[in-house]
Design a protein. Structure first.
Length: 237
């Protein structure tokens, strides 16, 4: 009887160790997703006729879309629900209201902006991330910077600072701080923590080369994601 008892105990212990080893190899079995239950709207800047900044054949709308898709993929792996204002090279109107017609490009751009705002209102996300690329006449400037609206959601500043800090730590391409800016309509109107992420300068030769590289685009997306996670975890405390 004692012999069978010992055998059962040893078998149970061995089975437990095996199961633990199998489960431990999958960290998600033990730990909840870091962004589980969090909805995020990603807004790839520009699109369609509105290409945004450009340098030769390099156009902002294409870079922002690629980074946004990579960010979406990474956020979903962390458990987030992600909605994008546009998924293709066209503007938001081309996807959500293809039948709309406008007399001027200006009218279309305004309607497109309003549509992106409406998407954010309808989806009621926990965060709004607008992805852009910078450009100025002087080619010496480079580096990422995150902006928030001083009259927008009060946590917009905290989100911006968290992503900016992540850029400093992960990309090491800037010593800038997150900055308040009043000229960005969506950052003020979206009733959730909202930021505009300038991922770098395509007017800088070296940074333009990086921003068009898929490996670097993944690094940018990861830096944004890490900032989002840090912000979310801080807000939960």
């Amino acid at each position: 009887m004692k012999r069978w008892l010992v055998i059962c105990i040893l078998f149970g212990s061995s089975l437990g160790l095996v199961l633990y080893g199998v489960k431990a190899s999958d960290r998600g079995f033990f730990m909840p997703a870091e962004l589980g239950g969090v909805k995020i709207v990603i807004d790839p800047g520009h699109g369609g006729l509105d290409g945004g900044a450009s340098s030769g054949e390099v156009v902002e709308r294409d870079i922002t879309l690629k980074i946004a898709h990579e960010l979406k993929k990474q956020l979903e792996k962390k458990g987030s629900t992600v909605v994008m204002t546009r998924l293709k090279e066209g503007d938001a109107l081309a996807e959500h209201a293809p039948g709309e017609e406008f007399g001027t490009v200006r009218e279309r751009k305004l309607a497109d902006l309003k549509l992106r705002e409406q998407i954010a209102l309808d989806e009621e996300p926990d965060m709004f991330i607008s992805v852009h690329v910078n450009a100025i006449p002087e080619s010496k400037w480079r580096g990422s910077q995150v902006f928030y609206h001083p009259e927008g959601h009060p946590d917009g500043e905290l989100l911006a600072k968290s992503i900016q800090s992540s850029f400093q730590e992960n990309l090491k391409n800037t010593d800038r701080e997150a900055l308040a800016i009043k000229g960005v309509y969506l950052l003020k109107k979206v009733p959730t923590p909202a930021v505009l992420v300038e991922t770098g300068f395509i007017s800088n030769d070296e940074e333009r080369s990086l921003l068009t590289d898929s490996t670097y685009q993944k690094k940018v997306a990861t830096a944004i994601m890490d900032g989002i996670i840090n912000f979310h975890q801080s807000a939960e405390k």
